[in-house]
Design a protein around this ligand. Structure first.
Ligand code: SF4
Ligand code: SF4
Length: 322
């Protein structure tokens, strides 16, 4: 990958899921979070399942549908039909050309479009709308996903343009990526969040579809980088998967080998986004998964802080470099 030698990347296009404005959870100050499409992992608790596929996706919200039939009549591919029972509109995925005429035609907002093809220039126009907030709050942009490194040239071009505009840059990543790609991105970052989901590779693979060797190796390489970004480790805390002390202490011991790490953030599991699985026609397999109580979260963070030599552990997002 070569973005640094490239001068005009404004017309480079990528797949964006959505923008979230004035976020206070993904870096200092007010942030514009740019969610990109596509992720190499397949975590069953994912709160943004509409970000996992790299392409555009169509969602259908049954509860909003009045069965008016507008979408059925407008579909050029014959992918939709009305149905008297169950779904008000039935959908043949393999016949859909993803033209989204149905989403435009639906007056009830029952058809969702997940994903937009955008150029870097178009993304920067969206970012520019929030610049005043960055100035007053010390915020900036955070590229998230999905996995930003799944679209490395697009991600690098957005970061490079933002840096050039004097905007603070952050990225959230699972770090399951080629190390050469990561080396190209690091000089463009002020802040980097990396997830460690489990320290045991076999368990990691069982739950996410991939082992953790590449992730941990990339972290070891990244932490000796001369680039001056801050590194924050995030652990999505999932009951029965990674919340046992053996895993958390193993993770802590590994993280203590990484001199760049400023903070470990424990992100408690929540069910926000679970209805999107249904909108996508997918099954949510974590509906019976319990969430941690405040007392349990406090006990876990206290246990980790008591063993940590120099890296603080917090519950929730709390990093602020200022
Ligand atoms: S996206 Fe286009 S092809 Fe697919 S169901 Fe809607 S109208 Fe039909
Ligand atoms: S246009 Fe919207 S409300 Fe009408 S049938 Fe289609 S999805 Fe339902």
């Amino acid at each position: 990958m070569s973005i640094n030698g490239t001068t005009n990347t404004g017309h480079l296009a990528g797949n964006v899921l959505r923008f979230e404005r004035s976020s206070i959870h993904d870096g200092q100050g007010l942030r514009t979070v740019i969610f990109l499409k596509g992720c190499p992992l397949n975590c069953p608790w994912c709160s943004t399942p509409e970000s996992r596929d790299s392409g555009m996706e169509r969602g259908y919200i049954r509860s909003l549908c009045s069965a008016c039939g507008r979408c059925v009549n407008i579909c050029p591919s014959g992918a939709l039909s009305t149905c008297s029972t169950g779904d008000k509109v039935t959908y043949k995925n393999h016949e859909c050309a993803l033209c989204f005429s149905c989403a435009d035609a639906c007056l009830n907002g029952a058809v969702k479009k997940y994903g937009y093809r955008m150029t870097v220039n178009q993304v920067m126009e969206e970012i520019a709308k929030d610049e005043i907030f960055y100035y007053h709050s010390g915020g900036g942009i955070t590229i998230s996903g999905g996995e930003p490194l799944a679209q490395p040239l697009f991600t690098a071009a957005i970061l490079k343009s933002s840096k050039k505009a004097g905007i603070h840059t952050a990225m959230e990543s699972c770090f399951f990526a080629d190390s050469q790609i990561i080396y190209t991105i690091l000089p463009l970052l002020d802040l980097l969040y990396v997830d460690i989901k489990h320290i045991n590779s076999k368990v990691h693979k069982k739950w996410t579809g991939e082992g953790n060797e590449i992730i941990l190796d990339n972290l070891l390489k990244t932490s000796s980088s001369p680039n001056p970004f801050s590194l924050v480790i995030r652990i999505p805390l999932i009951k029965g998967f990674n919340d046992d002390m053996q895993n958390l202490m193993g993770t802590l011991q590994f993280v203590e080998k990484l001199p760049k790490v400023k903070l470990i953030e424990l992100l408690p599991y929540h069910r926000l986004g679970s209805e999107t699985y249904d909108h996508l026609g997918q099954v949510y397999n974590c509906s019976t998964l319990a969430t941690h109580t405040t007392r349990e979260l406090e006990a876990i963070s206290a246990g980790m802080n008591s063993k940590s030599k120099n890296i603080p552990v917090t519950v929730g997002s709390g990093f602020n470099a200022k």
